[in-house]
Design a protein around this ligand. Structure first.
Ligand code: TXA
Ligand code: MG
Length: 328
């Protein structure tokens, strides 16, 4: 359906399916979500089943606006007021103490809930039509590459869900930033399209948001496994300045995918698939998962990826690349 002006008849039939407790995949500005009525524990249980998701991994709840978000939590601190005002609708998930109305299954037994207002006309139309909060993890099997098109959703979940609303490719390309506001100072649980600097500028805590240790990698959220967002092929990461030298060693008999940054590498090798990636973090993020899906579909055995620089604006992309390369 047209992403800019969603067809109301089809939105209504998706809303009906959700009210019946069925699973509906839908586009957001980050990746496609696999939605269920967040207030219906049985419906939420179907999400875990369809994705083979471990029960300790909490699910993000999507709402149409800030007012709806506030009804789901017991606190709405100053930081939430200003962050929601600045970044919602948008790719920022806020973690806050939950109300009893949220089933424990949504939060994997925890006392906090992650909430966001997605910036996508189809997602917002669906939320308004259904009138209940929608619990939605990314619409892929657990640990696989997240879907940025309806075709990616079907590749992983066809036969396991009631429907997918096709709103074309998503623009953001990687998942939302997850920020825990139930602790002080706040803690970045997953880097994403909204950076730590952007957050700190709004809440006035320069340099104090907790992320772990020297390399800037985040404290793991519950359930955020190291191996995640991973293609079928084996992924090898190479620091930027090593890339060209390392490539000389790579051409073997197997089918290889290469993902250099801003490079024009020519080849007549039939078993080599080269996908040059943008040198800009937002544009890189937008293409990352679709490129991994494409290389998997080409049947490569291995994907060699040039790492972008270890600087704050690349934090989220480097995080997803590390997880894609992780073997456990
Ligand atoms: O962009 C996104 O966030 C997408 C779209 C569909 O909204 N959703 C998404 O959900 O990526 P999912 O389930 O794949 O990732 C949710 C992650 C969990 O792995 C967990 O780390 C964190 O968010 N999370 C959710 N609720 C939490 C909570 N109550 N406490 C701590 N972390 C939480
Ligand atoms: Mg996911």
């Amino acid at each position: 359906m047209d992403a800019e002006s969603p067809d109301s008849t089809r939105i209504e039939s998706a809303a009906k399916a959700l009210r019946r407790g069925e699973l509906v995949a839908f586009p957001t500005e980050t990746v496609y979500g696999l939605g269920a009525n967040a207030l219906d524990a049985e419906a939420v249980a179907r999400i875990y089943e369809a994705k083979d998701r471990p029960a300790f991994n909490p699910i993000i709840v999507h709402v149409a606006d800030t007012a709806a978000a506030r009804t789901l939590v017991t606190e709405w601190p100053e930081a939430a007021v200003s962050l929601a005002e600045r970044f919602w609708p948008g790719p920022l998930t806020l973690v806050l103490p939950k109300r009893d109305s949220i089933p424990n299954l949504v939060t994997a037994g925890g006392s906090t809930v992650g909430i966001r207002v997605p910036a996508h006309p189809v997602a917002l139309a669906l939320l308004r039509a259904v009138g209940v909060p929608i619990a939605a993890p990314s619409a892929n099997c657990s640990t696989a590459v997240s879907p940025t098109t309806a075709a990616h959703v079907l590749k992983g979940l066809d036969g396991r869900i009631a429907m997918v609303i096709d709103g074309g490719p998503t623009s953001g390309g990687i998942e939302s930033t997850v920020l825990d506001l139930s602790v002080s100072p706040p803690r970045l649980l997953r880097p994403g399209l909204i950076s730590r600097d952007q957050i700190e500028l709004i809440i006035g805590l320069t340099g104090r948001t907790m992320i772990d240790s020297a390399d800037g990698s985040p404290v793991p959220s519950p359930g955020l496994m190291r191996r995640h967002y991973a293609p079928r092929a084996k992924v090898e990461l190479i620091e930027g300045h090593e890339f060209e030298r390392a490539l000389e060693l790579q051409v073997r008999d197997n089918k290889n995918g290469w993902m250099p940054i801003d490079a024009e590498i020519e080849t007549d090798n039939q078993s080599l698939f080269i996908k040059s990636m943008p040198g800009d973090p937002q544009r890189y993020a937008a293409q990352l998962y679709s490129t991994l899906h494409t290389l998997d579909e080409a049947g490569v055995d291995r994907i060699v990826i040039q790492l972008p620089p270890n600087t704050p604006e690349w934090l989220a992309v480097r995080d997803r690349l590390r997880r894609a390369a992780s073997e456990n």
